[in-house]
Design a protein around this ligand. Structure first.
Ligand code: 9MR
Length: 674
């Protein structure tokens, strides 16, 4: 029988079945001998990762001009999972003259944050300060209203889907005892109604973004200014004017927050809005003052995140007061430890080395949009690109993937230096090389260092491989050879009506192991020595078993860098019919596996722990590969800030499984523990 046809029919029927049937939930599946031995939460050693454990973010203001400073970006990427542009989205930068928009500096920050899995706050759309003179001199209400609405709409459209919260209006209230709006061109020309107008325009422009009112000196519940803002939010909520959050800037003196700060947060929250601490800095940065601020937020469920207004003291607009968490050399200050501890984390210096390298037991991810799509040509009518394997080598990503079409599966190769170029990379179809046409699918690439040779492992009905001295030369691959003379007996005895798929090789210092799946709840493992590889695979055993859909296919096995851990990922089909990944760890490749994040409610990667800032384009998180720390046969991955290249598909697509429009996207871990 033609394996291409069998594969196509089988998968189509699985999907059909899923549409009509409630499946066994992996969480309740039997036959998994492993019980979790890791706690539900880990104490993280960075601000963002620890805040994420309670569903919050910990962010910072970022200045585009500092992004070339490695110390700055090192701290930024290690510690923070939300970013606010310090000045780059303000009106004087974004629309310096009427109708002429400049998104360059803002885009630089947004693109960088997105590619590092950091969320964005937008700051700010309507503000009396940093306002170009041409706006400030408008005296006609209709003109100013049109200008304001156009500014809001143009910025929000430009950044649509990439900003979690926008400061729609900033600092509109007066200091002092009035509790009224301050004088500004907006209030003076448009009247008090300009705020309502701005929020309504903003909701229309990007209905998915949270709309915030942001101000300073509104942290003290007893202040007239706080009460003025409170009355406005209460009025907005009563009349259905759209508002989702209040940003309290929290530029504090040396004493830190006022005693009533938590009352203020909870009082706003009780109106039905989120609260966020948006620009935190404290003169002299006393640890107690920072701890008190963070604690107030942690004590209020709807306090969803904290942003500090800069990274190092030398980056601060108040640099003379040393108000931030890092000194000018980038060292953590005692205020940093106080903030982290109050979030529930543990400063890194007190963690032992094995703990520091161990993988967390919960994961959250941010996904890119589709980065790689098929590029059909006159002889390749490709519908989907699937099953990617990827290594970084010589400054480039090298990606191999399955191509799916009505005539079955084959392989494609592409390379690029940056994910932003992935979509424009040339697709080299490997059926034109010695690998040949016919059923070839689910590739895995690695460099066999002892042999100085690249290997491409793939399925052909058997477990096959090709070799190449130069990964960048698609024509250098040898014709397929098989690892086994025929299907090992134990697989034949257990495969049932499944299929033998997704071969995967990993070596430790002595042995190489070949893992494979049978779409029938079994993960198999064979073994040979590093010296004998690629020959001599014997001792095939069942390495792990579960019910069919709970342990389906697409396994990956990796060595975790600087630890004695190995990580196993296996794709499952969930109760919703969608693909997702479960995970296990072990300290020995020939040993038994212990569950890590392995259920639908605590998955390794599933639609319910992935955010899609660029739009929710898939519900399946399916067959793919980790971005490795190296490229050799040990398949070593970093221990934190993981990235995973996966296949996803438009959830509304249906029909023939082989013709589904699979695309490749990149997950970035948003709760790293490093
Ligand atoms: O930190 C910002 C600084 O670089 C600018 O020179 C200044 C100009 O007004 O704005 C600072 O940020 C402000 C923020 O946008 C709104 N709240 C007060 C912040 C500190 O002034």
């Amino acid at each position: 029988m033609n394996p291409l046809k069998r594969l196509g029919c089988r998968r189509a029927s699985v999907l059909g079945l899923l549409a009509a049937t409630v499946l066994v939930t992996p969480g309740t599946a039997t036959a998994a001998p492993d019980t979790p031995d890791t706690p539900d939460t880990v104490r993280a050693s960075t601000l963002g990762a620890q805040a994420a454990q309670s569903g919050r973010y910990f962010g910072t203001a970022v200045a585009a001009g500092r992004l070339g400073d490695g110390t700055y970006t090192g701290i930024l990427d290690r510690e923070f999972n939300s970013v606010t542009p310090e000045n780059e989205m303000k009106w004087d930068t974004t629309e310096p003259s009427r109708g002429s928009f400049n998104f360059g500096p803002g885009d630089q920050i947004v693109n960088r944050a997105t590619s590092h899995g950091q969320r964005m706050r937008g700051h700010t759309l309507v503000w009396h300060s940093q306002l170009p003179g041409w706006v400030g001199s408008i005296r006609d209400a209709n003109t100013l209203r049109g200008v304001m609405n156009n500014h809001i709409t143009t910025l929000m459209n430009h950044y649509k889907g990439r900003i979690h919260s926008w400061d729609v209006v900033n600092e509109a209230f007066a200091d002092g005892s009035s509790g009224q709006l301050r004088s500004s061109v907006f209030r003076d020309v448009l009247g008090n109604g300009f705020l309502e107008q701005a929020f309504r325009t903003a909701r229309t422009a990007d209905p998915a973004a949270k709309l915030c009112y942001n101000d300073y000196n509104i942290e003290d519940w007893n202040a007239a200014k706080t009460q003025g803002v409170y009355r406005m939010v209460r009025d907005f909520k009563a009349r259905g004017v759209p508002i989702d959050c209040v940003g309290l800037q929290a530029h504090f003196g040396a004493g830190g927050p006022p005693g009533s700060f938590q009352t203020t947060l909870s009082s706003f929250a009780a109106l039905g809005v989120d609260v966020q601490i948006t620009e935190l800095d404290i003169a002299q940065a006393s640890p107690t003052a920072y701890a008190n601020t963070v604690r107030a937020c942690m004590n209020v469920t709807r306090c969803t995140g904290i942003t500090v207004w800069g990274i190092r003291d030398s980056d601060s607009w108040r640099s003379g007061e040393n108000p931030l968490l890092f000194d000018r050399n980038g060292n953590k200050k005692s205020a940093y430890n106080a903030a982290l501890t109050t979030l529930g984390g543990t400063p890194a210096t007190t963690r032992s080395a094995p703990d520091a390298a161990a993988l967390p037991s919960r994961y959250s991810w941010s996904s890119s949009g589709p980065l790689i799509a098929p590029k059909p040509d006159s002889t390749h009518n490709i519908a989907g690109i699937k099953d990617p394997t990827v290594v970084q080598y010589n400054g480039k990503y090298h990606v191999f993937a399955s191509t799916a079409s009505s005539s079955g599966y084959n392989l494609v190769y592409l390379s690029f230096s940056d994910w932003s170029q992935a979509g424009s990379a040339t697709h080299h179809y490997l059926d034109r090389t010695a690998i040949g046409s016919g059923y070839r699918a689910a590739p895995q690439v690695f460099y066999n260092a002892p042999q100085r040779l690249w290997y491409l492992v793939y399925q052909t009905g058997n477990a096959s491989y090709s070799t190449n001295p130069d990964i960048s030369n698609p024509n250098g691959w040898s014709a397929p050879r098989n690892f086994y003379s025929s299907m090992p007996d134990i697989i034949r005895q257990n495969i049932g009506s499944g299929y033998w798929v997704d071969m995967w090789v990993i070596c430790d210092s002595a042995n190489c192991y070949l893992f494979s799946s049978d779409d029938n709840g079994h993960l198999y493992r064979s073994q040979t020595t590093v010296g004998q590889f690629p020959n001599g695979f014997t001792n095939t055993v069942i390495a792990l078993q579960d019910s069919k859909y709970a342990l389906f296919e697409a396994s990956n096995v990796y060595k975790v860098q600087d630890s004695n851990q190995y990580l196993l990922l296996v794709e499952a089909i969930g109760s919703d019919g969608r693909r997702y990944f479960r995970s296990w760890t072990t300290t020995s490749l020939a040993g038994s596996w212990t569950q890590l994040a392995a259920s639908e409610s605590n998955p390794f990667a599933r639609a319910n722990n992935v955010s899609f800032p660029a739009g929710s384009w898939t519900r399946d998180i399916s067959h793919g590969e980790m971005i490795r720390a190296g490229y050799d046969q040990t398949l070593t991955i970093p221990s934190c800030r993981l990235q995973y290249l996966y296949q996803g598909v438009n959830p509304n697509a249906g029909g023939d499984y082989n013709l589904l429009p699979w695309r490749l996207g990149l997950l970035t871990q948003t709760n790293p523990t490093c």
